[in-house]
Ligand binder design. Sequence first.
Ligand SMILES: [Zn+2]
Length: 220
Amino acid sequence: MNTIINNDISYEKIISKPLENNIWIIFSKQTNKGIIIDAPPDFEKINQIISNLGTLKIENILITHNHYDHIDGIEYMYANLKNPVKIWIGKDDLDKLNEFSINKNDIKTCTENTNIKLNNTFVKFIPTPGHTNGSTCILIENHIFTGDTLFPGGPGRTSNSNDFEKIINSIENKLLVLSPNTLVHPGHGADTKIKTSKKEYEIFKYKNLEISKLSGNISW
Ligand SMILES: [Zn+2]
């Protein structure tokens, strides 16, 4: 099912293996060009996606971060898409991407100054270190694709308290400052809204926990 972002851009969500990862296909009706967010190693779903594209041309693949369940399908996707694509990833998550057999010229790193466009609509990269150092969220109009950085009810998993401080900093200063009606599309599971996350985060903050001692799977 397609959901409309603006009068030109729509998206489709595809739930895949191995961990109910969301793959997002975002496309322009007017130009029939699109992007894919994340490449989980679900080869059956990738085949299905490619055969359902029809005349839609995917020109860019955006990787939210370098964990296997978001990236290990990239070589297969890259090899089987019918037209040339560029692959985008946060600089600090680049190493993993270099392990795949992909032409280095087709790999691009993104920073907060990088914008690509889908026809007339900006696709903005928002670096949000924490879950991984190169974790990047993708903003299109009032839709933010958050990978494993922000979920309904809490942040993504962190492996130590230093990373937890980073993810909190990213969420507070890069995501919760977006318009309250921004829809949040995480890398797994259901959507939420920035205003809901903001309320949840305020309660968490009110608990006054020692952030420098937290990590792992934390709920707001
Ligand atoms: Zn992850």
